[in-house]
Design a protein around this ligand. Structure first.
Ligand SMILES: Cc1cc2nc3c(=O)[nH]c(=O)nc-3n(C[C@H](O)[C@H](O)[C@H](O)COP(=O)(O)O)c2cc1C
Length: 237
């Protein structure tokens, strides 16, 4: 642990996975804020039964690359995880809870197959409930390689990548904030998974990934912003 590093930052760094020969990801030309893409409004009433979604939820990994997702499905998944559910101009209160309502996690996506939306790297814009496309291109093989060669990351419709911004919660919680980051991420993963089931989509969490290869893909430095959790979603065979 270096003298200037906090305990929480040192813990996160020390538990990263890394490729023995060094990173295989070429730097991605990320353009911020990126090109905004509107999404259809989510459905916020009624819908599929929660008990059935809980009962039938399974981690599914066999995606059908010939069946793209739709922008409406994507919009619904964003809403179920980080949608603003109290007031459209108040980003403290969202579909998922967060310690101190500080929301230290941002949602990035590797878009493999969504009809009408270019493949690439994107970030969810919480306030606009839309997407910012940061880089266009096919990153399916890169993200699968960064996920320790888990092919489901290449075959799925989208890969959700939750990136922590510790500075949002550390002024209040100091190093304990790291615990809350991981707990918050669990909520996002759980709500995404149940929403995917409700939409008839497959979903699987990914905790096994090469941290700094995923960070390089979405254009974050791995320290002030760092990927903590991934999930794949798409139509299964
Ligand atoms: C934090 C976390 C990380 C996980 N990481 C992976 C992973 O990297 N690859 C994978 O195939 N499954 C992963 N899973 C899925 C588990 O393997 C799965 O939940 C478990 O086998 C139970 O199956 P079920 O989800 O169908 O109930 C992860 C699940 C969690 C909660």
């Amino acid at each position: 642990m270096s003298p200037n590093e906090s305990l929480g930052d040192a813990y996160h760094r020390a538990t990263k996975y890394a490729r023995p020969g060094g990173s295989a990801v070429q730097p991605v030309a990320i353009a911020r804020p990126g090109r905004h893409i509107d999404l259809p409004p989510p459905v916020t009433e009624n819908g599929a039964g929660l008990w059935q979604a809980i009962r039938t939820r399974r981690s599914l990994r066999d995606f059908d690359p010939s069946r793209p997702m739709t922008p409406a499905e994507l919009s619904q998944l964003f809403w179920a995880t980080q949608g603003l559910t109290f007031h459209p101009s108040d980003d403290r209160f969202r579909a998922s809870p967060s310690a101190g309502a500080l929301h230290p996690l941002d949602t990035y996506l590797v878009i493999n197959r969504v009809s009408g939306i270019p493949s690439g790297i994107a970030q969810y814009d919480v306030r606009a409930a839309g997407l910012n496309l940061l880089a266009e291109g096919d990153f399916s093989q890169e993200v699968a390689a960064a996920a320790l060669e888990q092919e489901m990351a290449a075959d799925c419709g989208v890969v959700f990548i939750w990136v922590a911004v510790p500075a949002r919660c550390k002024p209040k919680y100091r190093d304990r904030g790291h615990r809350y980051i991981y707990l918050d991420a669990g909520y996002l993963g759980a709500q995404l998974h149940l929403a995917a089931v409700a939409l008839g989509l497959g979903c699987c969490a990914i905790g096994a990934f090469l941290d700094d290869e995923v960070n390089a893909l979405v254009g974050v430095d791995g320290e002030t912003e760092t990927a903590v959790y991934l999930s794949v979603v798409g139509h299964v065979r």
